[in-house]
Design a protein around this ligand. Structure first.
Ligand SMILES: [Zn+2]
Length: 298
């Protein structure tokens, strides 16, 4: 009898432990982390009208005090390299970078692969049909996910001509941009039908290169859906079953800024089971939430 009580107690404890592990915490030690960020360097790709990223060495010396001392300054545009667009970037009066709720920037992700279409056509725009076809294959895009679009163009980084379609600078450069993006109709669908938290892409802009009105930016940012641009390593993600953590520098009044973004890929299904299929751990933890909270930062 006593041994049975102990066995039952043991079972209860182990179940409690397992559910604690799967419901409340990312199993960091068993997870794979994919860095979706390009390094910032002098050849980091910036918009044709922008200045390059600069690392200015201030100190790199052995001091009389017997220690070595190194310190730099950096100069960079808000919208260069791997970065975030805050809603105010294309929508007057909307959130600045420091005001975006962190809940918008963290959560379960899905990756939509349109590399094949984009390899055929540099001016390709991802359509509602592409999203529906993804759903036919991988299931419904859950509400409140972070959508990551893989055009395959990160493979050209940091070769401007291949990545942007031109290495011209200034307005001539802007006119000669040829790279794929998200069609504004598809962006509106993601916001209206799937209430996405944020959208990321591995090109220089969520609008395709030939855009002159930036309609996709307007559609997303006016609805407080932040945009991540110039992402890296998207080939290393599967269609679903990962979490995204996107933490930009908290610049007060910023219209965007440098972004460190990672994906956390949970271990094999034994531990997370259907949970991994359905959503990532971060979304589970927030499952009782009605959606991204629109509280502002300080
Ligand atoms: Zn931007």
């Amino acid at each position: 009898m006593a041994s049975m009580v102990i066995a039952v107690l043991g079972l209860v404890l182990s179940l409690g432990c397992a559910s604690d592990r799967s419901r409340n915490h990312i199993p960091w030690e068993q997870s794979r982390i994919v860095d979706l960020t390009h390094s910032f360097e002098s050849d980091t790709i910036v918009w044709p009208t922008e200045q390059n990223f600069k690392l200015i060495v201030q100190h790199a010396e052995d001091t009389p005090g017997g220690y070595s001392y190194a310190s730099n300054r950096v100069e960079m545009p808000e919208h260069g390299g791997t970065h975030i667009d805050a809603p105010i970037h294309f929508s007057k009066g909307k959130q600045t970078l420091d005001q975006i709720p962190i809940e918008r920037l963290t959560g379960a992700g899905v990756r939509i692969d349109i590399a094949e279409q984009c390899a055929r056509d540099r001016d390709y725009r991802i359509t509602v049909l592409d999203l529906e076809q993804w759903e036919t294959k991988h299931g419904r895009i859950p509400d409140h996910v972070i959508v990551i679009l893989n055009t395959g163009y990160a493979r050209f980084w940091p070769k401007r001509k291949d990545y942007l379609g031109t290495d011209l600078r200034g307005q001539d450069g802007v006119r000669a941009l040829h790279f794929p993006g998200l069609h504004s109709d598809a962006a509106a669908w993601l916001v209206r039908e799937r209430h996405v938290k944020a959208v990321g892409i591995d090109t220089a802009s969520i609008d395709y290169g030939q855009s002159t009105k930036f309609e996709t930016h307007v559609v997303l940012l006016s609805q407080n859906v932040p945009v991540f641009e110039n992402l890296a390593n998207l080939h290393d993600l599967s269609a679903r079953g990962f979490d995204v953590i996107a933490l930009p520098m908290k610049i007060a009044g910023g219209t965007g800024g440098p972004l460190r973004i990672i994906a956390v890929v949970p271990p094999s299904p034994q531990l997370s089971g259907h949970l991994q299929q359905e959503s990532g751990f971060l979304n589970l933890r927030q499952a009782s939430d009605p959606g991204p909270r629109e509280t502002t930062g300080q």
